[in-house]
Design a protein around this ligand. Sequence first.
Ligand SMILES: [Zn+2]
Length: 246
Amino acid sequence: MTKILKDRGFVLKKKKFRETSKLITIFAENAGKINLVAKGVRTPKSKTSAVLEPLNLIEFVYYDKPTRDLQYISSAEFIDDFSNIKSDYEKIKIAYAVIELTNYFSHEGQVNNELFDLVYNTLVSLDKNQRPNFNLFIDFIIKLCEISGYPAYTGECPSCHKPIDLMKDDFQFTRNYGVICLNCKNYSNSLINLDSETKKMLALFLSGQVSDEEYSEKFKHLYLPLLEFLQYHVEEIKRLKSLELF
Ligand SMILES: [Zn+2]
């Protein structure tokens, strides 16, 4: 039996499908990641085509027929097209990196409310200029690590379980463990060297105490060691295309 379902979600990817259609990948609130065929949207008359572009948050209706491999979109509308993001090059790069990472960390048929809320809050704040761009991106990666089961900091050393107080600067950052204690650092071959100022800033981000007023352009590259940590655990994200734009 065919069901008609309504959902909302972020468009992650699009690709050409048959003569005039597109195959759209959406990270949806209720369906998880889902691939849907949008029929006839490559004809000039199609009004839905612009709605089904990557990044957009959309509301859509689709036919769900269990006996069919691919399901079809019946209609789609904008909830938010993030027009401010699209008019700012730095915001575009960050938003596409968020969308590409979301594609790697969402799975077909798996609801992930935590990830959905994280993507939603990050993109809305980026669009509305609520926080400095890179602060949003750095916090996005830190939370993505947590949600995916690879927290970069848990309060203790993951190797010897000694408590670590980030504000006391008694830690090192590593590719495999994230934050480790100064004793275990001597046995680690995956240290990421950070100068003391950068380490202090990382400590503020990891403990959720960073204040956007203290923001300085020179710390925007803090997303790099965090991404290296995530890449160590999730090999596939080494091929992130959006990051080549940075
Ligand atoms: Zn330790």
